[in-house]
Design a protein around this ligand. Sequence first.
Ligand SMILES: [Zn+2]
Length: 209
Amino acid sequence: MSGASYAPPVQRLVTELSKLPGVGTRTAQRLAFHLLRASREDATALAEAIVEVKDKIGLCEVCFNLTDEPRCRICQDQRRDHELVCVVEEPSDVIPLERTHEYHGVYHVLGGALSPIDGVDPEDLKIAELIERVVDPVGVGSGAVREVVLATNPTTTGEATALHVAELLRERVPQVKVTRLASGLPVGADLEYADEITLGKALAGRRAV
Ligand SMILES: [Zn+2]
């Protein structure tokens, strides 16, 4: 069955769905037909949920995690340790770390990993913002930052990013302890796929870099 034979609105839906990560044309077609069969109510709920996140969700002004307020809930939480900052690549990496229940500090979301080949340079990530934040701490209940945990992915780009950030921190704020998650995480995999026990152990066994 060729996509060209669909009515234009169906083709448009298939095209949009196939832009989603991990969704090929076949899956996009399956999802489109599922939505065509779904109730108008369910289909509208999905469409509205997409529009709502685009309208309401932005980045936290302190840590660049996703939030519907100027500051995310974690940054606003006074019970958390604001002297401990965990650096991750993406907002989706915060979720598995939170699930471990081992981490009670705050986060800093870089927005990706260094990859010169893909044109991702330090200025494309929130690295300067991290250094500034550690040099001159902001945020509710924050004192000086005591430790920065580098929890970028155990991939080539994640390791390169951790090294770069560690070097900058050593240069600018040598008094701050810089640590990296312990090995044991599946190499080459993303943090978000690690189970919480492995991730909790990697966190507890973090070592100075
Ligand atoms: Zn935040």
